[in-house]
Write a protein that binds this ligand. Structure first.
Ligand code: ZN
Length: 123
């Protein structure tokens, strides 16, 4: 389960930062997820809630998720655009995006694959 291992790595990083700074409480964790990172927000929050209970520092932590829109560049015609504009096909491995201008499937993702910790608010 992708979301659980992601939640675990967020938990580990946040706790190690909090311990380094001798925090008494972690008020808020702000994460940045890309639209192409294939993360289910509800599932992620569910997993993180379970992990929160393992640590006193995390018990009252608020989780904020900022979604970064996905952007593509077409290799055939150099079109650039957001995910919303672009028809997509889902395969078992990853979504494939079609250029709306020339219909090519040879496209590069130029943003929106990130899954990072933006900031941690501690007390
Ligand atoms: Zn194109």
């Amino acid at each position: 389960m992708h979301e659980f291992s992601l939640a675990q790595s967020v938990q580990e990083t946040v706790l190690s930062v909090a311990k380094e700074r001798a925090a008494k409480e972690i008020n808020k964790v702000i994460l940045k997820f890309g639209a192409f990172a294939l993360i289910e927000e509800d599932q992620f929050r569910f997993c993180f809630d379970i992990l929160k209970k393992e640590s006193i520092l995390l018990k009252e932590t608020e989780l904020e998720i900022i979604w970064i829109p996905g952007k593509l560049r077409c290799q055939e015609c150099s079109f650039r655009g957001n995910i919303d504009d672009i028809p997509q096909k889902h395969t078992e491995l990853a979504p494939i995006f079609q250029c709306p201008k020339c219909k090519s499937y040879v496209t590069d993702i130029i943003s929106g694959t990130e899954a990072t910790i933006d900031s941690i608010v501690i007390k």
